[in-house]
Design a protein around this ligand. Structure first.
Ligand SMILES: [Zn+2]
Length: 146
């Protein structure tokens, strides 16, 4: 096994000194925030299409969720599959991002919980090593206002 890691999709996230962050874009003209990053602004009323890269806040609030109780079909690769929660998380930038939840008891997840971004291994591959993705985990430090 190679001693390396990669992300499941290039350019999706970075692992920085203050933790995992999602790579987004913000439009110069209308301020719309996009994740994942599109080629240009999709706002039909926007005359500027120029996007700047921006790292999103690593913390947010669980807006909604569902429990995935069957194994997703091929193309989606995951080692040691077990039922998991898929969350829709509202970030301070005003966008909602979908991602797997990690570290929750599936029977006690509640909308409105504070979550933080983490990176975890999705599967290991002989050529790519540990292939990482982002997930949202309970934010224990998030109980107090930032
Ligand atoms: Zn725009």
């Amino acid at each position: 096994m190679l001693d390396q890691t990669s992300f499941v999709v290039d350019g999706l996230m970075v692992e920085g000194p203050d933790g995992a962050r999602l790579c987004a874009s913000v439009c110069d003209g209308c301020g719309t925030v996009y994740f994942p990053r599109p080629v240009s602004c999709r706002n039909p009323e926007c005359s500027s299409k120029a996007l700047q890269d921006r790292l999103l806040e690593g913390r947010g609030t669980l807006y909604s969720f569902t429990i995935q109780r069957y194994q997703p079909p091929a193309l989606f690769r995951i080692d040691n599959w077990a039922p998991y929660a898929l969350g829709l998380v509202e970030l301070p930038e005003g966008i909602r991002v979908m991602g797997m939840l990690s570290g929750f008891d599936l029977d006690t997840i509640r909308i409105g919980e504070r979550v933080k971004l983490v990176s975890e291994c999705l599967f290991t591959d002989p050529e790519r090593g540990r292939v990482m993705t982002y997930k949202f985990a309970p934010d224990i430090s998030g109980r107090a206002p930032r």
